[in-house]
Design a binder for this molecule. Structure first.
Ligand SMILES: Cc1cc2nc3c(=O)[nH]c(=O)nc-3n(C[C@H](O)[C@H](O)[C@H](O)COP(=O)(O)OP(=O)(O)OC[C@H]3O[C@@H](n4cnc5c(N)ncnc54)[C@H](O)[C@@H]3O)c2cc1C
Length: 395
């Protein structure tokens, strides 16, 4: 019985990988081989130092991790949504920070340019973002709060001649200090949310890195300050107006998170299972104890159900039938399951569980961010509550 992963085989209690195509299975295996080689042995050190491995950005591009579902004519890999999900899974099995980098680049930067950009913008930016020659970030959240991006948006895009002048501050922006371009969401003179592609070397644009994080340390998080940043009219994403622009990007990213969290869950489950089989107290391995087995079974069970949900979301997405509320269910439940599993794994590891020599506490701390960003657990509860009752407890 396969209750743990082995080699490049993912944790898969119900044989769900039989639902994947041969190409999807190969993408999962090759992603794992690559990440086990270049990232897994070093991630604890990068996390402790608080550094993101920038030397891997081009390698991610070569592996097709950047914009996997973007068509090949724009430099993407043109693969299925499940393949994209499996890449997110393998990245987050190593660290949520690596997955966050790729999620932002793919779903929050390449997706809006692909979906809402002009043909010129697509040709100019997408191929370079796919190789990692350019890095992007996504500025929606502001210091006054992220859960209500419309109500709290103070960033303004004032029309000035042919172009716009952007003023405002964005907070908690992943990749902010690494980025060559920022997708900035701002309200125009009519109060309508618009998206802008802003080169980060434009005068008046500044990124300040957020330090002292106890979560997602192998990821760059920044404050973006825009002081009279002048951009031409050609910087506007012409294909979308209103909050549905950024929200549709978040739906893409949340889909990847629903998959990615399960990678972290696999990592902590596998670590706790192995530890429980060798750690002995009172003359027996702790894995023989009912209390420990209950924790392990809950992890495996949550992983298995989460994988089914993630796979179904991918099918619906490729069929063009996926509703944002369905993605909320996957993001909400899979991330909370992974967070609970990481806390249990840390507990099973005892004192060893508090060191970075093991992976569980790093995943646990990372998952606190993942549970919060891209819509907090509670906000997704309220989105789902509104969907099933027709009654709005969110606003
Ligand atoms: C490491 C990291 C990286 C991030 N990366 C990005 C990025 O790249 N780009 C970007 O734009 N943003 C990013 N974010 C921001 C993230 O999306 C926000 O933190 C998140 O949306 C929550 O917003 P907030 O932190 O302002 O909390 P708030 O919105 O102030 O919420 C605080 C608390 O109140 C609760 N709450 C809020 N409204 C309600 C309500 N109506 N009913 C009940 N409870 C409510 C929330 O659930 C939460 O518990 C990132 C955040 C972090 C921590």
């Amino acid at each position: 019985m396969v209750t743990t992963s082995s080699g490049t085989q993912m944790l898969d209690y119900l044989g769900l990988s039989e639902l994947f195509t041969p190409e999807e299975r190969e993408i999962q295996r090759s992603s794992r081989r690559f990440l086990d080689d270049v990232a897994l042995p070093y991630i604890g050190q990068w996390w402790e130092e608080g550094s993101f491995p920038t030397h891997l950005i081009r390698r991610f591009g070569e592996m097709g991790f950047l914009g996997p579902t973007i068509p090949a004519e724009y430099g993407g890999a043109g693969v299925s949504s499940a393949a994209y999900g499996l890449i997110a899974y393998e990245l987050e099995r190593v660290d949520s920070g690596l997955r966050s980098f790729c999620s932002v680049q793919s779903s929050l930067v390449m997706y809006p340019i692909y979906a809402f950009g002009s043909e010129e913008q697509k040709r100019e930016y997408l191929p370079k973002l796919a190789t990692g020659e350019l890095v992007g970030c996504f500025g929606l959240t502001e210091p006054d709060g992220g859960s209500d991006p419309d109500g709290n948006m103070k960033t303004r895009a004032r029309k000035d001649g042919d172009g716009y002048v952007l003023t405002g501050t964005k907070m908690w922006i992943t990749n902010g200090n690494l980025a060559h371009i920022a997708i900035v969401w701002a309200k125009d003179d009519g109060g309508v949310v618009r998206g802008f592609i802003v080169p980060t070397d434009t005068p008046g644009f500044k990124a300040n890195e957020v330090r002292h994080k106890a979560s997602l340390r192998a990821s760059v998080t920044s404050e973006l300050v825009l002081e009279d940043v002048r951009v031409p009219a050609s910087a506007v994403l012409p294909g979308v107006k209103g909050l549905k622009g950024p929200l549709s990007c978040l739906t893409q990213a949340r889909f990847g998170i629903a998959w990615g969290a399960l990678g972290a869950l696999e990592a902590v489950y596998t670590e706790a299972l192995a530890f429980s089989q060798t750690r002995t107290t009172f003359g027996k391995p702790i894995g023989s104890r009912q209390l420990v087995q209950e924790k392990l079974v809950r992890m495996l069970s949550d992983h298995t159900k989460g994988l089914l949900v993630a796979w179904r979301l991918a099918q619906l997405k490729d069929a063009g039938k996926l509703r944002p509320q369905q993605v909320s269910l996957g993001k909400r439940d899979n991330v909370r399951a992974a967070l609970n599993a990481a806390r249990s794994a840390r507990e099973i590891l005892g004192g060893s569980g508090i060191t970075l020599e093991y992976h569980s506490i790093r995943h646990m701390l990372n998952l606190e961010t993942v549970d919060t960003y891209e819509g907090t657990h509670d906000i997704h509860t309220l989105i789902l509550g509104r969907d099933i009752t027709g009654l709005n407890a969110l606003e």
